[in-house]
Design a protein around this ligand. Sequence first.
Ligand code: FAD
Length: 437
Amino acid sequence: LGMVKSFKYMIVGGGVAAGYAAREFDRQGLKPEQLAIISKESVAPYERPTLSKGYLNPNPKAAARLPEFHVCVGSGGDRLLPDWYKEKGIQLILGTEIVKVNLALKTLVSAAGEIFKFQTLIIATGSTVIRLTDFKVEGADAKNIFYLRELEDADKLVESIKMKKYGKAVIIGGGYIGLEVAAAMRINDFDVTMVYPDPWCMPRLFTPAMAAFYESYYENKGIKIIKGTVSVGFNANANGEVKGVKLKDGRVLEADIVVVGVGARPLTALFKGQLEEDKGGIKTDGFFKTSMPGVYAVGDVATFPIKLYNETRRVEHVDHARKSAEHAVKAIKANETGEELEEYDYLPYFYSRIFELSWQFYGDNVGESLYFRDNNPLSPKPKFGSYWIKDGKVVGAFLEGGTPEENKAIAKVSRLNPPVGNLDQLKKEGLSFASKF
Ligand code: FAD
């Protein structure tokens, strides 16, 4: 039997949430050797969204590389470099996958058989990508078919981009990963085709009017878009490298690189049968406590009460990963000191950046949507947005090309839920409606 290592606090998973939790533990007061973070990845926590954006920049001087995007730069804070953890006496146990968990005995076991004991555990295992091999798609294990979740995946893609210069790329999936990677491949001078089954891109958020803007922007950049069909198989050459993507409608697209972005699923399997689940995630309360005392879950894996909408939800976005982690640590500390803490009160927020564009979304995209345009001809960039109106109130807002003040205004209006008298009037006012609050 290996040696048992014990820690007062342990975090399993070393992604975005783990990094922000570490900073919050330090702020709240932490003694050396009280906290350990165990991660399958071999690097300290970093801002994962960079992998589909700055990491794929073809300009070696401008490309984002570690250590520059370690947490917490994404929220304007200082970078937590590996030395920071060392100075604080926080154990970063990297390249270590936990394969077995016994929550009742408060133990974790790694693939190499090491045993860890904790008093308080934060589960921050995030998500894993859905693979075409999961559905046994023919030829889906060919070389140069990529997914993007961890640094290692991004490194493989970057290597292949160099090898297949000026080649053909097929991007499967029209969500934000598909859109961001398609843009990055085009910037890398690839001939890019996107394939997705939906009638328009990002159907979970975009309305047809919003999607039409991005699709025509992409077509102007030379990206081909094939909608309403899916890939059913892949051809490979004698070296096992992908050469073609077979579509359901019979067409075959030439490809040197394929990037698949068809969704993710939360990594909860380790805890099956030991914790209550809800909506595919680990069920928590408004303090990120799970059904097991002393065990918390944050980030992508947590299904938590979202006060604003009076229901439980799982949110797979970076802003929530950061904030839920901070809230859980505050709750752990409040539990120890007996201090009061408010329940988590989250306003959903997501964003994306592609080419010179960038959008932000706040709130809930339910009810009736209302597309508006910014009519200022002096705007240097395309600017438009959408409100969502439910029961006569604004519940969500989207803005492309907003300034920081304008983005703050749409966030505020999505939180305040002001009543809307007349929709035509709102359409006319557009962004200036939000700016009044
Ligand atoms: P993660 O950051 O995924 O971290 C989980 C960590 O746990 C990983 O290091 C993993 O290796 C480790 N782990 C898992 N299982 C084990 C185990 N058994 N043992 C040890 N370690 C384990 N969100 C946005 O809002 N905007 C964006 O623009 C955006 N862009 C994105 C781009 C990409 C390419 C990706 C992949 C995601 C993007 N996201 C974006 C989503 C965002 O990154 C996630 O919501 C966020 O990272 C979730 O944080 P987390 O800490 O819960 O999980």
